[in-house]
Design a protein around this ligand. Structure first.
Ligand code: FAD
Length: 432
């Protein structure tokens, strides 16, 4: 198993800059921001907050109005935030609000790993074995977005413009002109944080490597009879992982967990099952110690795919988070990886601005790419291999897998390794 968490392959790809046509447009931009961020999702706003904390003049543009992003149907997911990401959010001034937002962030203190239909005991990771610090915290994405929006609004050097759909760019000698239907903006460097179907990546002419998993993640919130005791459960099943993530109790004191149910895409999706059938499926998958379980809200589905950009940078542009790498959620590491990008990029940009150097210069952007590619490729490879390994019910593979899990359980150094990965401490937060 250890091998799957080691960098699987690293192919150095020479940056190939494709220069877009200069359309000689001279917009009436009243001021040039230091940095423009395209995409005010979780990664884009966190980057805006980090840069704003450092005093940079930042413009963050998003196509969806902020209030629309807080509506209950917009994003019913929760996010497992690693200890490393918590440190970044502390630096951005977001964590104190997020820890107590809504019903509060819920710490993960124990992780149970179950394999296939095996009835044996789970492989248990206990935070007590690594100093008692929580593995991570489960936060509701709606609370997360609200806290980020509030933090950014409180920072005087950050402008959050939404709705503003970025439609084109014009790269000049010292700055980039950004075109939206509402008007033009200028910045010295543009950061694409516009998600897995990134417009910025496409506009830069950057290709990517990836594939569909032909799986979907069905997400929902569950209420259960007994407390979860801060335990997260990852049950690897042949159709894909089934994860139960502990949440804070709701306002009525009901015990809650968030479910990520991976299923084959396309046919007979649990998303479409009648509620009693879905709840029976849940009951069959939940360990008995949770007691009675029931659905506490709507179900959402997300198609799963891997996508890794061939390069992260171009003239006066860089990609971060899902725009650069979207991975399988099997280990709950997608955004955590994106946070390591922004923690690597922000100090490089801030140092350049402070030293009166150009934040969009090739050496600044090159340095960022060098810091982040190996880590991101390793995690993309590891999650891909984990998904294949645990979805394979072939006799040889499943025997090897069970032997591997037993070995990890017995080897303290291997357990500690996995636990530090889960906490986001595998590499330093800055990727150095
Ligand atoms: C089922 C599931 C569970 C997950 N669980 C976890 C977890 O527990 N832990 C974890 O770390 N990660 C998790 N992830 C991964 C995580 O959700 C993503 O990594 C994260 O949402 C990516 O954030 P982002 O800001 O890069 O992109 P997005 O959230 O996609 O944001 C992109 C933003 O860009 C805007 N935009 C797009 N195009 C334009 C344009 N042309 N102009 C202006 N704005 C634009 C969009 O409106 C959007 O707001 C999970 C993913 C899935 C699918």
């Amino acid at each position: 198993l250890l091998r799957f968490f080691l960098p699987l392959l690293y192919r150095h790809e020479r940056a190939l800059y494709i220069l877009p046509m200069n359309r000689k447009k001279t917009p009436e931009a009243s001021e040039i921001a230091d940095i423009a961020i395209v995409g005010g999702g979780l990664a884009g706003l966190a980057l805006a907050a980090l840069l704003g904390e450092g005093g940079a003049d930042v413009l963050c543009l998003d196509r969806d109005p902020p209030v629309a992003q807080l509506k209950p149907g917009f994003d019913g997911r929760t996010t497992a935030i690693s200890f490393g990401s918590r440190q970044i959010l502390e630096q951005a001034g977001v964590w104190p609000g997020l820890e107590t937002a809504g019903q509060g962030a819920c710490p993960i203190e124990t992780i149970h790993i179950l394999d296939g239909r095996t009835k044996g005991p789970p492989l248990v990771f206990n935070s007590g074995e690594v100093g008692g610090r929580a593995f991570g915290w489960i936060v509701e994405n709606a609370d997360f977005r609200r806290c980020l929006q509030q933090r950014v609004a409180a920072l005087p050097s950050v402008r959050h413009l939404a709705p503003a759909t970025v439609a084109s760019f014009d790269i000049g000698k010292d700055s980039v002109t950004i075109e939206t239907p509402e008007g033009f903006h200028q910045a010295r460097v543009v950061i694409g944080a516009d998600g897995r179907n990134s417009f910025v990546r496409e506009w830069m002419g950057v290709g990517s490597r990836g594939w569909s998993y032909r799986q979907q993640a069905v997400i929902c919130t569950i209420v259960h009879e007994h407390p979860h005791n801060h335990i997260a459960v990852e049950h690897f099943r042949s159709e894909g992982p089934f994860a139960i993530l502990p949440m804070a109790d709701d306002a009525q004191g009901r015990h809650r967990s968030s479910v990520v149910w991976t299923a084959d895409a396309g046919r007979d999706s649990p998303l479409d099952w009648p509620q009693p059938v879905f709840e029976a499926g849940l009951a069959a998958r939940f360990p008995a110690w949770y007691g009675k379980v029931g659905l506490a809200g709507p179900r959402f589905a997300h198609p799963l795919s891997l996508n890794h950009a061939h390069r992260y940078i171009g003239p006066r542009m860089a990609l971060v988070a899902d725009a650069a790498h979207a991975i399988h959620p099997i280990a709950g590491q997608g955004l955590n990886l994106g946070f390591r990008d922004i923690a690597a990029l922000a100090p490089l940009l801030l140092d350049a601005i402070r030293d009166h150097r150009d934040p969009g210069s090739p050496d600044v952007l090159d340095r960022y790419q060098r810091l982040r590619r190996v880590d991101n490729m390793a995690m993309a490879g590891a999650t891909d291999q984990l998904n294949r390994l645990f979805s394979n019910e072939g006799l040889t593979v499943s025997l090897a897998r069970r032997a591997g899990m037993k070995a990890v359980g017995r080897l303290p150094f291997a357990k500690r390794f996995f636990m530090s990965q889960a906490m986001g401490l595998g590499r330093s937060a800055t990727g150095k």
